[in-house]
Design a protein around this ligand. Sequence first.
Ligand SMILES: Nc1ncnc2c1ncn2[C@@H]1O[C@H](COP(=O)(O)OP(=O)(O)OP(=O)(O)O)[C@@H](O)[C@H]1O
Length: 606
Amino acid sequence: MRVKAIGIAPYAGLKRLMEELAKEDPEMDLVVEQGDLEEGVDIARRAEKEGYELVISRGGTASLIREAVSIPVAEIPVSGYDMLRVLTLLKDYRGEVAIVGFPNITRGAAVICDLLNLSVHTVTVRKPSEVEEQLESRRRQGIQVVVGDVVTVKAAEKLGMHGLLITSGREAVLDAFEEGKRVYRLFSRLRREASLYRNILDRDRRGIVVFGGKERILFRNPAAARFPLSAPAVERAIQELVEESLRRGQSESRLLPLEESGVQIAAVPLDDRSGETRVAIHLEKCRFAVSPEKWGCVEIRHTRSEPKETAFHRFVGKSGALREAIQSAQKYSEWDVPVWISGEEGTGKEMFALAIHQASPRGDQPFIAVDSGCLKPEEWNELIADAVAGPFRRGTLYLKNAEKIPAKVQKRLGALIADEGDGPRWLISTVVDLGKEVRRGAFDRKLYQLLGRAHLPLPPLRERKEDMDDLIPLFIAEGNSKYGKSIVGMESELIEELKRLTWPGNIEELKRAVEAMVLKSDGHYIGRRETADILERLKQEASRPVGRELDWTGTLEEMEIQIIQRVLVEEGMNQTRAAQRLGINRSTLWRKLQNVHRETPPGNKR
Ligand SMILES: Nc1ncnc2c1ncn2[C@@H]1O[C@H](COP(=O)(O)OP(=O)(O)OP(=O)(O)O)[C@@H](O)[C@H]1O
């Protein structure tokens, strides 16, 4: 490897020496020009433009060049030999001598003068402009001879003094050649590496932008131009993500709905030992159009605002059923498997799905909740494309009302899940009995079997009424902050009445009812009097069919089971009263109830 180098010699003799030595070095392709200080800098600048890869120069000239160009600069050192040579010359000189120069010269000179027992004044300067001033005052002291670099010698001549130049010897020049080649090799290796990374970044289809202190953009790849970086929503999201990622010292991401499609934005703090805070922003377009008009069916959340250990802390209620569900969900969150959550409307399915996501290793990625009933066929295609190869693949996709997924999509989902390749974590929820849907051919059997491996059945509120003792105060508190009230509780008689209702809309319905009561109440306690109309409405609601509408597609036996279930619920699970209403005796009811339990999906005790 030959190095195309430019030598910049501050004095003529050095030019000659460098040229002579370069001829003997097969790796050195050296052209030498003469130039001191600024003159040398101009030569170096020009040489860099002309494609030279290395500069070799000396002393102050080399230092100035280093500041001005971005190719490596090797310096011919002023060696001990050089100094020794010039001082030996002065050994027998009787008059006084001064050495005037930059620290690189005076430091070594002082030691040598000491060794040779020479009495020489050493004067250190920091700027070329100081040289003349120093020489002037030495001259006034009667000193006639000064030793130094080219600046010193030139100034001495101007003032009528004798200037002795410290010339560089062969060894110093050869040292500089070796140093230059070493630095050049290192430099070109780094440059090759940088160009490799640059190439990778330039071809990345993600937009990549690197910010360094005070929102300065240090780098952006060509793909970044496709993203509206200065759109207010994007700017805000980037700023928040940068702050968040630096605060936590980890990557943070967010899916942002933009006009024509969604964009996944991630902030990655860079630990590049530069001593400067740098954050890379990755931008990736979704194919799935997360447009505002679809916000009813698609919701994207970013959750890692709390430590993942607290994901399940928001659940209120001490019933065994709830605690059991939380335990299973915690277990499922650790495995990256699809989970099927079933339960009547408002039982907390989405809350569980979100908690599973948050507690999982994907918690810092987006959680995308999709209402399966809302999507058109082409939107399913986009959604799956983003799930397989787009930004959704790292997050969690929660498909609610999964019984409404079109048959074709069920098959594709089944194949995707069975494949177990890279892709999102799938969570799905249903309000209907999927087992029965499978039996009547309305749901894909393979998908059902894959989902059944991790099933989380959520019991309706009427089967865990003790949870209401904790839920009611929680919803009062939420109502207080929503409506600016300061209610401290609810009359116990009213609580008892609420517990007697069947709550077909479950926790969601309870929440809305309590909030409505908070809004109506003026005192510190919610009483029955001022909330009588709400209670009445709830009673009417409670008499509507529980769970879902009667399903007329099943067999006679299946419909009988549905009727028994509904009457039982409406009679507050009282079997005697239910049997009376149905016109059968209790033992017949009991026998039929055994069928009910057999028909219910595994673990879903209704
Ligand atoms: N154990 C609980 N503690 C506190 N709040 C709860 C609990 N369970 C559910 N909730 C609240 O009840 C409401 C309904 O829950 P969620 O939306 O998760 O139900 P869902 O089963 O997904 O409903 P749907 O079937 O209608 O989509 C939410 O506001 C949720 O925060």
